[in-house]
Write a protein that binds this ligand. Structure first.
Ligand SMILES: NC(=O)c1ccc[n+]([C@@H]2O[C@H](COP(=O)([O-])OP(=O)(O)OC[C@H]3O[C@@H](n4cnc5c(N)ncnc54)[C@H](OP(=O)(O)O)[C@@H]3O)[C@@H](O)[C@H]2O)c1
Length: 329
């Protein structure tokens, strides 16, 4: 594994982190024993960055991680998101999710479910349009003073919001979707991170699995797989996206790797301050993904990939309309 300083934290983290979302059933059924074995294997292979959220599986994800890291707390950096409030249809709602009292409550719940005394990073999942970011970050800064949180992160925040937040308390990282088919962060977010000495955590570097080439039919997701709600997986967009992935697969074949590995290597090649956090729930996928750290893309590879995935190449938005309203605020 390779390590780089995580933003201005002074802490070196593994270049590839482990996203734990799918371990709590986001993309269909998961097996706790295999998930725990996957976290253990990640740690044995040098991964020291785990990403989770208080909301994943309604607390299941935190409990699972707590179980996996028992007795090894000091070996792991837990990047813990707050999640947002859910409406009566279980849809995520940003309004009210950044309230100071809620943030404190979420922190306490996270510590309890994880069975730990502090969160390495507490990250507001979405900017709350009804609460000034200064108030939300100020509330988390108080948790830092109390020793419950070490660093503060933001997710899907707009560059100017990150700048405003940083005036209240240093922000260690911005988590944002970043992959071959989602390059929005190149529109100012990366500049803001560089300016403020922050890490950029690239989430969904595999395009929720699509870029790994494992999804070959529109509508193949089970009822409990949230990807069925993502426009890029809709029937009308599927073939156009699949054709690009087929071309990615030929780049991978030429390099003797898998498409997933090229997708991760591409994110790694962007900058040392970018930390991809591919998600998986099996040791098989984990091993494949971690091996990407040793893949050096050539300039010809990068040019080929840019041709396959120019900016905004993907058919369909990354989230449905409601979700798109809650990003980049
Ligand atoms: N801030 C946010 O709003 C936000 C949103 C989404 C996600 N995240 C975080 O980012 C992490 C990564 O994103 P993600 O998990 O949603 O998407 P992702 O990393 O792009 O893709 C995960 C999907 O790819 C599959 N996969 C992983 N490795 C594979 C391989 N080598 N070959 C074939 N398929 C493979 C996984 O299957 P298996 O699970 O079966 O292994 C899973 O279905 C999450 O776990 C979560 O921690 C943050």
């Amino acid at each position: 594994m390779q390590y780089r300083e995580f933003g201005h934290s002074g802490i070196k983290l593994s270049r590839i982190g482990l996203g734990c979302f799918s371990m709590s059933g986001a993309y269909g059924a998961a097996d706790d024993d295999e998930s725990i074995a996957t976290i253990h294997q990640a740690m044995e292979r040098g991964v020291n960055l785990l990403d989770s959220s208080a909301r994943y599986g309604g607390g299941h994800n935190h409990r699972l991680i707590g179980e996996a890291i028992k007795g090894r707390r000091d070996q792991i950096f837990i990047h813990s998101k707050t999640g947002t409030i859910r409406d009566s249809n279980d849809r995520s709602v940003a309004e009210g999710s950044g309230r100071p009292d809620r943030l404190r409550q979420i922190c306490e719940m996270s510590l309890k479910n994880l069975g730990v005394d502090y969160l390495d990073a507490m990250c507001q999942s979405r900017v709350d349009p009804s609460i000034p970011i200064e108030e939300s970050v100020g509330a988390v800064a108080r948790l830092v003073e109390e020793g419950k949180v070490r660093f503060i992160g933001l997710s899907e925040a707009a560059p100017d919001t990150v700048r405003r937040a940083s005036k209240v308390h240093p922000i260690v990282s911005l988590q944002y979707e970043y992959s071959l088919w989602t390059r929005d962060v190149e529109e100012g977010h990366r500049d803001a991170c560089d300016e403020l000495g922050m890490a950029l955590m690239a989430y969904a570097p595999l395009g929720y699995g699509f870029l790994a080439g494992v999804i070959d039919k529109a509508g193949s997701q089970s009822e409990d797989d949230i990807r069925g709600k993502f426009p890029r997986f809709y029937e009308e967009n599927f073939d156009a996206n699949r054709q690009r992935v087929a071309r990615l697969e030929s780049v991978a074949a030429d390099r003797g790797t898998t498409a997933a590995q090229i997708a991760i290597a591409w994110v790694l090649a962007q900058d040392d301050s970018v930390f991809p956090i591919p998600g998986c729930k099996s040791r098989k996928h984990l091993d494949e993904n971690l091996d990407a750290v040793d893949i050096e893309l050539t300039s010809e590879d990068i040019v080929r990939l840019d041709e396959i995935f120019p900016k905004d190449a993907a058919a369909g938005t990354r989230y449905p309309p409601g979700g798109m309203q809650r990003v980049n605020l």
